[in-house]
Design a protein around this ligand. Structure first.
Ligand code: ZN
Ligand code: ZN
Length: 386
């Protein structure tokens, strides 16, 4: 079957500031790809259709969204290392925001059937380690990730753990359109990343709160929808790209501005809230050195920052401000822990509509072009359809 491979050379920077743990060195994987993988290269390959192992299902891939992570993994920094500062292991078939139809069950699978429409958690957590047994599935110490460390879905078929599959049939019923449901299904994963950040990691906000979202990549855009569904008073968005500001408005943001073209973003937010301040700031820009100084000044006492954008910069914060205002910073990654059914119910109930986010479509043969298109940062979500 056809698939998109990303290969890179394992060349860990052992004398740098990053400390590799034993698991990373033993498995030649890294929680910061930019410290370990040299000269990333993409190519189309022909590989065997995988066999579902015990507890797994084989799925015919129907739709896969191109994620910023896919773009970053394939990009080279000045030192020729991959630009992706997250968990990865190469070579790997890319693609992790996806949906498909089950075509074969592995042994021991009795909760799913052939023909089921599903989306899956990209985090393939083990369920055995202490983190998993504490309910912290995204922090699994034996974690594999679809399209990052194990085979992804820019391919015709993929075998995945049944325990991370969630049915999306209710979305197909709500929209009366299977193709559309597969596209929406492929966006459940990034939507769950935003949900996890806002409501699980940061603990959410009370209805009637003002919220700021910095950065309108897909996770920030989904955040707008989720904050509205959760009863935010005003959702205020900061985003430098004009096309993404337009999309933010279309997704229901109350106020949208370019932080680089106003005199002072802090004054702008204070004006937009009538001087009242905000309860929660979502960092989805991976630009903490620019966003945190703004957040510190606009948060109400006991306000929250949730870090969803992934960047490796060190970000200074005013600890004095944190103390006096009793501010909280919440780190967040991933989407596991039965968040998928929450988001699937919201989508099937049409409390939010993320379908307009798909702004470009490509076939699997055109996947390289799809990644180039996403790299231009003009689209909300670029989709590869099969
Ligand atoms: Zn992603
Ligand atoms: Zn685990």
């Amino acid at each position: 079957m056809k698939a998109l491979l990303l290969d890179a050379e394992w060349k860990p920077k052992l004398d740098g500031g990053y400390r590799f743990n034993e698991h990373e060195l033993a498995t030649k994987s890294s929680y910061n790809g930019s410290e370990a993988f040299y000269n990333p290269q993409l190519k189309m390959v022909d590989i065997d259709v995988p066999k579902p192992g015990p507890g797994q299902v084989l799925v015919k891939v129907k739709a896969t969204g191109v994620c910023g992570s896919d773009v970053h993994m394939a990009q080279q920094l000045d030192d020729k290392y991959t630009a992706y500062p997250g968990h990865c292991k190469f070579p790997v078939i890319l693609g992790h925001e996806w949906s498909g139809e089950i075509v074969e069950l592995g042994s021991g699978v009795n909760s799913l059937e052939v023909g089921d429409m599903i989306a899956t958690e990209e985090m393939q957590w083990c369920g055995r380690c202490t983190a998993c047994r504490s309910g912290l599935f995204d922090q699994c110490t034996d974690l594999e990730e679809i399209g990052f460390t194990i085979q992804g879905t820019f391919a015709e078929y993929v075998a995945v753990d049944a325990k991370t599959c969630w049915k999306i049939d209710a979305i197909a019923e709500a929209y009366g359109d299977k193709e559309k449901a597969y596209e929406i299904g492929a966006m459940v994963e990034p939507c769950c990343v935003a949900y996890n950040g806002l409501f699980i990691s940061a603990g959410g906000f009370l209805p009637g709160s003002h919220v700021v979202i910095a950065g309108c990549g897909p996770v920030g855009l989904m955040g707008i929808n989720l904050c509205r569904a959760a009863g935010a008073a005003k959702v205020i968005v900061m985003e430098p790209s004009e096309s993404r500001r337009k999309m933010a408005k279309a997704m229901g943001a109350d106020e949208v501005f370019d932080p680089n073209s106003v005199d002072d973003p802090i004054d702008t937010i204070k004006e937009l809230t009538g001087g009242e301040g905000v309860k929660l700031c979502m960092e989805a820009a991976a630009a903490g050195t620019k966003t945190y100084p703004i957040f510190e000044q606009v948060l109400d006492p006991s306000g929250k920052i949730v870090q969803c954008g992934m960047g490796s910069d060190r970000v200074p914060v005013s600890v004095l401000k944190m103390q006096w205002q009793r501010l909280h910073i919440h780190g967040s990654v991933g989407h596991s822990g039965a968040i998928f059914p929450q988001v699937i119910r919201l989508l099937a109930a049409k409390k939010m509509d993320i379908s307009p986010m798909v702004t470009s479509r490509f076939s699997l043969d055109e996947v390289m072009q799809a990644i180039k298109t996403a790299e231009a940062l003009q689209d909300a979500k670029v989709m590869v359809i099969q």
